[in-house]
Ligand binder design. Structure first.
Ligand SMILES: [Zn+2]
Length: 207
């Protein structure tokens, strides 16, 4: 009953996280009825993001993709030389990095894992970027002295923290874990900056 192009838009929108079929339909109808400008701007903006935004080659954060293909993409945090190179904070996703940044509790640099260990989802140790992380720590003549693991306090997050501490300690860095405070099973993304700040201030060394 719906025009083909509109149905196509609904199908695409429903692939977004947290957007079900019905919400997708509502968005699509909103855009299709007298909002030509918004519709066109959204299309152009998405195209620009697809072409110009990528991942930081050092930490995995979101970054501008360089114009020429020879320069490596570096995010604004990795480009910031005023940060403390002795502290490296490990997070699950870019959203978590942004939450930790909002808390202003970390003045060091970051490393985004992209995924957590998850026996249930069949994600094993070999699928985590452990080697990349080790390389990152060895970068700049090992200025990194402390690795703070800020994976979420879930079963997968804890298992990941344990694995990483076993892998990283032999490199001669101290490994710490954020304190509880962020609700168990909770996502850093939805925790408020004060809670995250407390969890980071109260971090403990992993023995
Ligand atoms: Zn970066």
């Amino acid at each position: 009953v719906l025009p083909t192009h509109l149905q196509e838009l609904i199908t695409l929108l429903s692939r977004l996280p947290g957007v079900g079929e019905r919400t997708a339909q509502r968005y699509a109808l909103f855009l299709a009825t007298g909002r030509d400008d918004l519709c066109a701007s959204l299309g152009e903006s998405m195209g620009r993001v697809a072409h110009n935004v990528g991942s930081c080659t050092r930490c995995g954060n979101i970054a501008d993709r360089p114009e020429d293909n020879t320069t490596r993409a570096l995010c604004s945090i990795c480009q910031d030389t005023k940060r403390d190179p002795s502290l490296l904070c490990i997070v699950h996703r870019v959203q978590d990095l942004l939450s930790v940044e909002r808390s202003h509790a970390v003045r060091g640099y970051y490393f985004v894992l992209g995924r957590l260990l998850s026996p249930l989802e069949g994600i094993g140790a070999d699928q985590l970027p452990v080697e990349e992380l080790k390389q990152r720590i060895r970068l700049n003549d090992s200025e990194v002295q402390e690795v703070l693991i800020a994976t979420p306090p879930s079963v997968d997050g804890e298992a990941t923290a344990l694995l990483l501490s076993q892998q990283l300690k032999p490199l001669g860095v101290s490994v710490s874990r954020i304190a509880s405070g962020v609700p168990h099973g909770g996502d850093l993304e939805y925790a408020d900056p004060v809670t995250i700040g407390r969890a980071i201030a109260g971090r403990r060394d992993i023995e």
